[in-house]
Design a protein around this ligand. Structure first.
Ligand code: HEC
Length: 283
């Protein structure tokens, strides 16, 4: 009985600490955790990149459907050149991801993030070499691919980027620079490539990776809201708790991140709990 309750205690410990990391919008990194006590480098780089890729999937789908898809119906505009002074629009999904990626690059976390394809709109997003080769496998089975890029000395993971919403397909098929016009819902349109220099991470480093991604989302979303605040000729949506599906509104960065958090926490928790089992914390 004692054994069982201590195991449960540890499980709750993991659940609790992961809630802390998932609840923090960036700043609060738990210092002491049970997981850290078990092993200094508790996570393999693959596991951490898998967790941050889940977060990215949720963020990207929510942004594409909830902001771009619903926002367009309300008259909001999204544009490749959204950051140019004369353009009064928000970032396209791919540029939102690029914003997150450059925010991560400015942080102290050595995490790289790119979005590529075999039939890109932007030729510079075309996969080459090893990544091109592995992307063929991803298209076949949609399974993540991992390899060590010895030229860059970086552990690399690639995850399918799926046509999860109608705007993905419509915009790509109709785009003036597209290299493919028959994308369908459910297609593997590309892959996100993630890179990290070491093969294992401490609990704190793993939390750092997730927080860097989440801060990147916050920065990029806030850059969009700042763009709106500076609109001169276009109407400005109300910014608050209401989403564009309910009218001419946009959620604040906090409301947006909060939804991402709710949608990811169960999946990330599953990974952490599995981790607990594999290091012998839970049997
Ligand atoms: C309103 C238009 C629009 C929507 C919606 C959109 N994209 Fe894109 N996407 C673009 C543009 C434009 C680029 C090229 C951006 C650049 O310059 O890197 C791009 C880039 C990409 C790339 C990198 C390869 C390439 O084509 O350059 C992938 C993969 C991709 N998008 C997938 C998706 C998926 C999946 C969705 C839905 C979740 C989506 N896109 C939604 C316009 C769009």
């Amino acid at each position: 009985m004692k054994k069982l309750s201590s195991r449960l205690g540890r499980l709750v410990g993991i659940g609790f600490t992961s809630m802390v990391l998932l609840n923090s919008c960036g700043n609060a990194i738990p210092e002491e955790t049970e997981a850290a006590a078990v092993s200094d480098k508790a996570f393999s780089v693959e596991e951490v990149l898998e967790m941050v890729a889940i977060e990215n999937d949720v963020t990207r789908t929510l942004y594409t459907k909830g902001i771009v898809g619903a926002g367009k119906k309300q008259g909001l505009k999204f544009d490749e050149d959204w950051q140019e002074d004369k353009v009064e629009a928000g970032p396209l999904p791919a540029l939102f991801l690029r914003g997150v990626s450059s925010s991560i690059r400015k942080s102290s976390v050595p995490l790289g993030l790119y979005l590529g394809s075999d039939y890109p709109i932007n030729a510079s997003n075309k996969f080459e070499g090893k990544q091109e080769e592995l992307f063929k496998k991803i298209k076949q089975n949609q399974k993540p691919q991992f390899f060590y890029d010895s030229s860059q000395k970086l552990h690399t993971a690639m995850f399918a980027d799926m046509a999860v919403a109608a705007p993905c397909v419509n915009c790509h098929n109709e785009h003036k620079s597209t290299s493919k016009t028959d994308w369908k819902l459910g297609d593997v349109m590309g892959a996100t490539t993630w890179q990290y220099p070491s093969d294992s991470l401490s609990y704190k480093e793993a939390v750092g990776v997730l927080n860097a991604y989440r801060n990147g989302t916050k920065d990029t979303y806030n850059a969009y809201l700042a763009e709106i605040a500076a609109f001169k000729d276009s109407p400005k949506p109300a910014i608050g708790t209401v989403w564009p599906s309910k009218g001419f509104n946009l959620p604040t960065a906090e409301v947006f991140i909060d939804s991402v958090r709710k949608l990811t926490s169960y999946k990330s928790l599953e990974v952490l709990v599995k981790k607990g089992a594999s290091v012998g914390m839970i049997k």
